[in-house]
Design a protein around this ligand. Structure first.
Ligand code: CA
Length: 226
């Protein structure tokens, strides 16, 4: 039975979600503030977390950021506002998905199923370390090193680099990156890919005088390590 943690300070919403999820057969726990939510996420070890953005004690963004240092637990963020910067910030901090309140419970349930399935799919095989020159990426440990020195990446940066390294020497389109790395439709907005490519270059290439992530004009990007 999958465990779901609900972190939401609005009691009515938390209770409603708890009942709906229990009805679906999930084991459910709740937390009413960010600090308790973070503690429960680490101690109770849920399979997925539903995380409200506006929380007392610690904001949802902060919970996400801290949790990502220790766990790749799937996170579905709840946001009260239809605010793009909040969503981008949440996704940036490692949330996997988001829903804007008010939402239809059926849609949330569908996204929970997707989140759980994706997590199982990525967690299942202990994939081996991918290397390119001095760069090494370990999917099992979520770790990247350059010449043995760790490089801190966010979850999305990690996923993006992993995808690029797995497709080494192949041009990959922005659309392919969006659907395979982000996993859902950004309503055609591929700018987020360019933004993350910039982050990656800043961490992987620039400090080491390397050029591993190449822009392929009118197509997308390609990873190669000469
Ligand atoms: Ca709230």
């Amino acid at each position: 039975m999958s465990r779901i943690l609900i972190v939401e300070d609005e009691r009515k919403i938390a209770r409603f979600l708890e009942l709906e999820l229990q009805h679906e057969g999930y084991e459910v726990d709740t937390a009413g503030d960010g600090r308790t939510g973070l503690e429960k996420a680490l101690s109770w070890k849920p399979d997925l977390m539903i995380l409200d953005l506006m929380l007392p004690e610690l904001s949802g963004i902060e919970v996400c950021r801290r949790l990502r240092h220790e766990s790749d637990l799937p996170i579905i963020m709840l946001t009260a506002k239809d605010d793009v910067s909040d969503k981008v910030m949440g996704l940036d901090m490692g949330a996997d998905d988001y829903m804007t309140k008010p939402f239809a419970i059926e849609e949330l349930l569908a996204r929970i199923r997707v989140g759980l399935k994706k997590h199982r799919a990525t967690a299942a095989p202990a994939s081996s370390v991918i290397t390119a020159g001095k760069l090494a990426l370990d999917p099992a440990k979520y770790a990247v090193t350059m010449d043995g020195q760790p490089i801190a990446l966010t979850k999305k940066e990690f996923d993006l680099l992993k995808y690029l390294m797995e497709h080494r020497g192949q041009a990959v389109t922005r659309d392919a990156l969006l659907s395979d790395v982000w996993g859902y439709d950004y309503a055609g907005d591929t700018n987020v890919v360019d933004v993350y490519i910039r982050y990656l270059r800043h961490k992987i290439d620039e400090p080491y005088g390397l050029k591993t992530i190449h822009t392929i004009r009118a197509v997308g990007y390609m990873f190669s390590y000469e």
